[in-house]
Unconditional design. Structure first.
Length: 489
């Protein structure tokens, strides 16, 4: 039976922009990227009924989508902005594709941007208001739960680099590598990302870095959180914007742009056990496995059938988790990124994966085949995966089924203690390094004898012993509120 073209979702336009000026706003960048996309499909401008803006960190507004629509001369039926999360762009595309597949939506504009570079240039007041909020309030969509619990916050586990460093310690321990040895392996993993960024027209750091340059600790590449030096961390201080237009194949054909279409084959979403301390395994992601499996199954293909990947790469462990979830090698010949990743292409807040999708659109138009984009929010918590094709999927668009997997993930959560006076075994650990090279804090997640987890930070007297040390598997004595730990000789 022939597929109904009114219900085949496609991406027909994509725009990306970069600006190194100190005085540009995120909404200016978003407007430029959206205008670039709409200029590709002028006959669709009046068809856009939904305008979705990815959460912006660098400026405050209660109505960014309404302001954007006004800037572009659009009159959408619905405007919205997302909750915080790097999964949001792919989640929005999956949701729009599902609505088109269900006959509930014709055309949507999805946009995001960040101007942290400009905000930082302005100084301590990093939040800038580009306009007065005189247009009301956009609806907020997506899961807006906080990313960490009070137990984690009480010991300073808030910054993503600190939490992801804990995940990395588990992976390093399983590989039986010291922090220094693991950095070498991570340099090998991430250097190809920089080579891709070097060729991307909107990359913040268009330069090739060798594995040694990434892994060697120097004054210009200082340790931030063991084992991560600066050049292995997402770089947020960028001015970048991206936009895509999602519509039906029938609408694209009527507008005369069907030849530009890249087809949405499938999408799937899942979440990890929400708070990191409660996860039974901090070195892998059941949520990411569920989302990747759901998307490939819905697309009717296996991982071997995918031509190219863009794996979320805020920190190396995010890539390692995705590689494990997909069952591919870290040096897969197809490559793991089309942009260059968040440390080298740039990490524009919650909007990185919209750049990945926009670049994937260009790649599939040029080379054909299929591509997979993974996106991640909070602390490897929220996952969204999309599969795209240069041609239509024979069975039409499908949303991946993850409900059963999600119930199993949720039921695996461990109890977390907010105080403890007991011995515990370290499950994950890191040492946080200041600009002077000294350890200033060393948080851990540990397992108590009754299987509860506890987040703790090192007693000040212990800090001098923790630089470069693998604490995973070691016993510690935990006490106090908030919990602190001491080493056991």
């Amino acid at each position: 039976m022939a597929l109904d073209e009114d219900r085949i979702p496609v991406l027909v336009a994509a725009g990306q922009t970069i600006d190194r000026a100190p005085n540009v706003s995120a909404l200016e960048l978003a407007t430029r990227a959206a205008q670039q996309a709409l200029d590709e499909v002028p006959a669709l401008r009046r068809k856009v009924s939904h305008v979705s803006v990815v959460n912006i960190m660098s400026e405050t507004s209660t109505a960014p989508a309404r302001v954007l629509a006004r800037n572009l001369g659009l009159t959408p039926v619905r405007t919205e902005m997302t909750a915080v999360g790097g999964n949001a762009p792919q989640w929005l595309i999956t949701r729009a594709a599902a609505a088109i597949g269900a006959g509930e939506l014709d055309s949507a504009l999805i946009v995001g941007a960040e101007a942290q570079h400009s905000a930082r240039y302005r100084g301590a007041s990093s939040s800038i208001r580009a306009h007065r909020d005189d247009l009301g309030t956009d609806a907020v969509v997506g899961d807006d739960r906080a990313g960490v619990s009070a137990a984690e916050m009480s010991v300073g586990l808030v910054a993503p680099v600190h939490v992801y460093a804990l995940f990395e310690s588990v992976i390093a321990h399983r590989a039986r590598r010291s922090a220094a040895e693991h950095r070498v392996a991570l340099g090998e993993l991430m250097a190809p990302f920089s080579a891709v960024a070097a060729k991307h027209h909107t990359a913040w750091f268009p330069e090739v870095r060798t594995p040694t340059e990434l892994a060697t600790v120097t004054p210009d590449n200082r340790l931030v959180a063991e084992p991560f030096p600066k050049r292995m961390c997402a770089f947020l201080n960028v001015n970048q914007g991206a936009a895509v237009v999602v519509t039906s194949l029938a609408t694209a054909r009527t507008a005369g742009v069907a030849d530009r279409a890249v087809f949405c084959w499938s999408g799937a979403d899942a979440a990890e056990v929400w708070f990191p301390s409660a996860r039974p395994d901090l070195g892998s992601s059941a949520g990411l496995r569920a989302a990747t499996s759901g998307a490939t199954t819905a697309a009717g293909i296996g991982v071997d059938d995918i031509g190219v990947f863009d794996l979320y790469s805020c920190f190396p462990c995010a890539v390692e988790m995705a590689v494990e979830a997909l069952g591919i090698a870290g040096d897969d010949a197809r490559g793991l990124t089309v942009t260059g990743g968040l440390p080298y292409f740039g990490g524009p807040g919650n909007n990185y994966s919209l750049h990945a999708v926009a670049t994937m659109v260009d790649r599939l138009r040029e080379q054909g085949g299929t591509g997979l984009v993974s996106a991640m929010g909070w602390y490897a918590t929220k996952h969204a995966v999309g599969i795209y094709g240069a041609g239509p999927q024979p069975g039409g668009w499908r949303r991946g089924e993850t409900d059963d997997a999600q119930r199993a993930i949720d039921s695996s959560a461990l109890a977390v203690a907010t105080e403890a006076h007991d011995r515990a075994e370290v499950v994950a650990a890191t040492a946080l390094i200041g600009p002077d090279g000294a350890v200033y804090a060393a948080p851990v997640i540990a397992a108590l004898p009754d299987r509860r987890r506890v987040a703790a930070t090192a007693a000040p007297s212990e800090l001098g012993e923790l630089a470069g040390r693998d604490l995973v598997g070691e016993p510690v004595e935990v006490s106090g509120t908030p919990p602190r730990y001491r080493l056991i000789p």
